[in-house]
Design a protein around this ligand. Structure first.
Ligand code: NOJ
Ligand code: CA
Length: 514
């Protein structure tokens, strides 16, 4: 299981209210105890701070707020001793507008650095109809009137990957970190590096509610040239044993997503279908089945995602409160049974709901650029609760002012309390991960998916055994014929007798078949 650490909100070592590398390092024993195999850390680089670190100023350094390169090396060394691997985020689609290249390009339109971005001469209208994913047009003006492209915030100018200097520089960046012992990269916006060579208009408008980009955005995303980048990056990783690349590929067509994880490209590309499915049997079954088929077709493991730093917390997505929590537990058991690589977002193992963050302190450019129409992502990025003290143990000093406010009552989700509670979400995750490690049919078996009414069943078969994960997504208790032993259930209300199990609404069970 890969555990996603939102560095800024994980653990603050020095009391400035900002999570940092030494803080994360001090919490590595927790991750080992939980049963994590690897951690992926959200961007740790010096950044302009316009998009949660995804606007990078220096790709070969650590933001002083988080520590320095030796802190990262210490983290990697400690992690390795505990059997944990460290994966970094890399952001090749765009830099910060404060990056030295963009600064040079602003000062001199004819400098070599200017060719590394998409500039267009001054004119009344922007060069095309492309939209920023964060709202508004994808073009802004420089002080001297030129247009430049930014598919995200204006502080995130898109790089021009048709300039070979860009590719060469990123290859050095990869080696810089790989030489420091990291185990790979999560690749941001991996589907976007190349744009249509003629920068032609897109046929249709972008919709944030779709599964991903489709033909309506054909000029901006998924240009065929991008695959050669992944082949080269794969070649570099192959020089470093046991390293991997996982790509963020937000395309509507899953077959296209899977092409990014062909044997000579990235090792994985995220499957976001579960993350984007509502609590619905057919939607979940389709998400699981299609991912198994399509990634299986290219020989790649499926990387399952139920939560990340871009989406509302699952407890909230699935209905909030007790219902949302019950469903999130069941969804977790489903994900952890499936063959492939599950990614767990920090705090999901605690059942954190989406936090209400006052508008006045929101940071997310999505909120600000949409004029408040879109709530933004701050609510899934608030500090981790470690204990039941008023500051929830995020900072060493209780008086520290966390960078985003800790919600009222957050202590009830704290690690310390849940670790002692046999019925907690955290205990369930830990048991599930231990069973997953002990039963090869879980996590690496052959899975077959079936549904009956509102019940979803996945049979996971390994060489020696079959484990059945049954999820009741309906509103009535169902009786599941269960010749076998219950390994784990998402709720204590599961009752079994005489070869059958009564599975309450919104719950899941793992059954080791006889
Ligand atoms: C995807 C990242 O997950 C998200 O947080 C970020 O805003 C965009 N890429 C732009 O880098
Ligand atoms: Ca700190």
């Amino acid at each position: 299981m890969v555990y996603q650490v939102y560095l800024r909100s994980f653990a603050d070592s020095n009391g400035d209210g900002i999570g940092d590398l030494p803080g994360l390092r001090s919490r590595l024993p927790y991750l080992a105890w939980l049963g994590v195999d690897a951690l992926w850390i959200n961007p740790h680089y010096p950044s302009g701070g316009a998009d949660g670190g995804y606007d990078i100023v220096d790709y070969r350094a650590v933001d002083p707020e988080y520590g320095d390169v030796s802190d990262l090396e210490d983290l990697v060394a400690d992690a390795r001793r505990l059997g944990l691997r460290v994966v970094l985020d890399v952001v090749p689609n765009h830099t910060s507008d404060r990056h030295p290249w963009f600064q040079a390009a602003l000062a001199d339109p004819d400098c070599p650095e200017a060719a590394r971005y998409h500039f267009s001469p001054p004119s009344d209208e922007p060069p095309n109809n492309w939209q920023s994913l964060f709202g508004g047009p994808a073009w802004s003006r420089t002080p001297d009137g030129r247009w430049y492209l930014h598919l995200f915030a204006p502080e995130q100018p898109d790089l021009n990957w048709r300039d070979p200097a860009v590719a060469a520089d990123f290859e050095q960046t990869l080696r810089f970190w790989l030489d420091r012992g990291i185990s790979g990269f999560r690749v941001d916006v991996a589907y976007g590096l190349f744009k249509d060579a003629g920068l032609r208009d897109n046929p249709g408008a972008y919709s944030p509610t779709l599964f991903g980009h489709g033909p309506e955005q054909a000029m901006t995303w998924n240009q065929p040239e991008v695959h050669d980048v992944w082949r080269r990056w794969r070649g570099i990783c192959d020089e470093y044993p046991d390293t991997m690349l996982v790509g963020e590929v937000c395309l509507a067509d899953l077959e296209q997503v899977a092409l990014y994880s062909r044997p000579d490209e990235m090792h994985q590309s995220f499957s976001f279908r579960l993350l984007k499915s509502s609590w619905d049997t057919a939607a979940f079954a389709d998400a699981v089945r299609s991912a198994l088929d399509v990634f299986g077709g290219v020989g790649a493991p499926v990387s399952w995602v139920l939560g990340n730093h871009d989406k509302d917390r699952q407890v909230t997505r699935f209905g909030g409160g007790a219902v949302g929590t019950t469903r999130a537990r069941a969804a977790a058991l489903l994900m952890l049974a499936l063959p492939g690589s599950p990614y767990v977002y920090a705090g999901d193992e605690l059942g954190l709901p989406q936090a209400t963050v006052p508008d006045a302190v929101k940071r997310d450019p999505i909120f600000h650029r949409s004029g408040g129409a879109r709530a933004g992502r701050d609510g899934c990025r608030v500090p981790m609760p470690w204990n039941d003290s008023p500051g929830v143990g995020f900072s060493p000093e209780e008086s520290a002012h966390p960078w985003l406010p800790v919600p009222e009552g957050w202590d009830r989700y704290a690690v310390s309390a849940q670790a002692r509670d046999g019925g907690s979400m955290l205990t369930m995750y830990r048991r599930a991960l231990a069973l997953r490690a002990a039963h090869p049919s879980l996590g690496s078996g052959e899975a077959t998916v079936s549904t009956q009414d509102s019940v979803l069943t996945v049979r996971c078969t390994g060489t020696a055994e079959t484990v059945r994960c049954v999820v009741n997504m309906g509103s009535e208790t169902v009786l599941v014929g269960a010749p076998g032993a219950v390994l784990l259930a998402s709720t204590t209300r599961v009752r079994g007798s005489l070869g059958s199990v009564a599975l309450p609404p919104d719950s899941a069970v793992w059954i080791l078949e006889d």
